[in-house]
Structures are given as structure tokens and as C-alpha cells.
Design a protein around this ligand. Structure first.
Ligand SMILES: [Zn+2]
Length: 147
């Protein structure tokens, strides 16, 4: 039952309740009471359904508000980094303000960066090849040496 139908049922129930005293005989009154009871039960069912829908919508709204906050924070943080070449055929996000060699600065995983999350690349090995591992478990980045 849609909300409008529930309001119509409640309105009809009110009319029946107002006119119960006008009904003649116990059979008419019992029929009126039965219809009144059915309308109230239906309206109660709709009210419960609407309450559940409302709770679900409030939960979803809260999730979306948290996502907006996360994306705003990420957007501000994202602006602090730029994609730089760190090795032959190897790129990572590095802070704009970094003045040290790419070997010595914090490097962020480009795959994770593209997915709006931070994955810090740590050096697993430097010789014979450089191998960087993302904290989020992405495939290791391998190249000959830092540029
Ligand atoms: Zn990653």
C-alpha cells in the first residue's frame, strides 16, 4: 500500500468511526467495526513499512555524507602530489614540495592514487633491480634504478 492509499484508508476509517453510532443493529455495527479494524491494520502495516524505508534512507544518506567528506579530503590531499618518473618506465606520485631525489622521498602507488586511495610504496630491494611494494598489496613495481 502506497502512502497515499494509507492516508485514504485512515480517512475512511475516521469516517467509519464517526458513523458507527448511526449504524443500526449489531450486524451493521460489527461489519463497520470489522472494516475499521482492517483499515487500521493496513494503515499500521504501511506505517511500519515507511518507517523501515526511512531508516534505510537515513543510513544511506549518512554513508553518502561520509563519502563526500572522504572525497573532499582526498581532493585536497591529491593536489599536493604530482606524477613523476622514478625509474625507466616507472612512475609514482610524489609531493610537489619534494626536493630530494625520488629515491629518498615518499612515493605513492599510481594505481591506488587512481582509485582515490593512498598506497605508500616501500623499497623491498634496490639491487640488482629496484622493487617497490605498495602498502595496499598491489603488484610490485620493478625497474633497473631510480632516475
Ligand atoms: Zn597500490
Amino acid at each position: 500500500m502506497e502512502p497515499l492509499a494509507a492516508f485514504a484508508a485512515i480517512s475512511k476509517a475516521i469516517d467509519i468511526a464517526k458513523n458507527l453510532t448511526l449504524l443500526k443493529g449489531p450486524a451493521e455495527r460489527n461489519a463497520g467495526l470489522a472494516e475499521l479494524q482492517k483499515l487500521l491494520i493496513d494503515a499500521h502495516g504501511v506505517a511500519m513499512s515507511l518507517q523501515n524505508q526511512n531508516a534505510s534512507l537515513l543510513d544511506r544518506n549518512q554513508e553518502l555524507e561520509q563519502e563526500v567528506v572522504r572525497l573532499k579530503d582526498w581532493s585536497q590531499q591529491r593536489a599536493l602530489y604530482a606524477l613523476r618518473q622514478i625509474g625507466q618506465g616507472a612512475f609514482a606520485y610524489v609531493a610537489h614540495t619534494a626536493v630530494q631525489s625520488v629515491r629518498d622521498v615518499e612515493k605513492l602507488c599510481p594505481k591506488c592514487f587512481g582509485e582515490d586511495k593512498i598506497g605508500i610504496l616501500s623499497t623491498e630491494q634496490e639491487f640488482p633491480d629496484v622493487i617497490l611494494q605498495c602498502t595496499n598489496g598491489c603488484r610490485p613495481m620493478k625497474f633497473v634504478h631510480f632516475v
